[in-house]
Design a protein around this ligand. Sequence first.
Ligand code: ADP
Ligand code: MG
Length: 276
Amino acid sequence: MAFLGGILGRIRRGGRHGAADAAIDPLLNTTLVRRLGQNEGEVVLACEDVEREYEIGAERIRALSGVDLELRRGDLVGLMGRSGSGKTTLLNIIGGLDRPTRGEVTIEGRRIGAMSDDEVTALRRYRIGYIFQSFALLPVLSALENVELPMHIAGVGGSERRRRAEQLLTLVGLGRRMHHRPFELSGGEQQRTAIARALANRPSLILADEPIAELDSVTGLQILKLLMRVRDVENVTVVIATHDPTIHEVSDRTYHIADGRVARVETYEEDQATVA
Ligand code: ADP
Ligand code: MG
């Protein structure tokens, strides 16, 4: 009967998805502050004159033409542009998934172009965390196991792995949802899990490709603010590609991308620095 009593108690409290759990908000009582170009941290990412041409039959498509970027530790920036402007191509090149046809990408002082395939694999595994539009969680694993997976691949031991995964899921506000599988989580909760997973191996750089495109606007803004909080706690550099102007609410700078170029860089004024 104790077992039944437990279940009844759970139902009275609103079940596993009840209101008490939903009230956990990692952003409660935190002040989020933009860094207004005075960031003195070391350069984490530099792109110099990055060009990417695709050849399709006799046709050439120039997806990127001459992109220059310099991001420091703790920068949180937006790459904003319409569909087809080159955002994903740029993230793929920064992340070592694709190679530029001209120009150089340097991460933590090391040129990707000069790295062997094994070195690029190691870079991707240990120095870069990825966040995708569709979350890309493994459905058969719990949130905790999804976050542990990159550490497992990196050879981190069981207890350390678990400790770090629990710490990260607590950071993103999922401390009470760790054992749920993705289908038991809302879209926002799945993206929180994916953010925790991206941080697992303590990367210096987080690359997020359209991370809020599948979320409603309220949840999307929460996710962007959570990325600010994560930047503060983990001291990572965050690049968010999006077509959504909500990015202006959180980014230190926004690089407007049009036709494969940085058309304009928008920086924020002092009086807008604190995010409500
Ligand atoms: P965004 O992410 O901003 O929507 P993309 O980087 O996906 O833009 O695409 C930029 C341009 O490059 C588009 O014109 C697209 O059609 C083209 N493109 C992207 N990937 C490829 C590819 N593998 N082969 C050919 N063209 C591509
Ligand atoms: Mg894209």
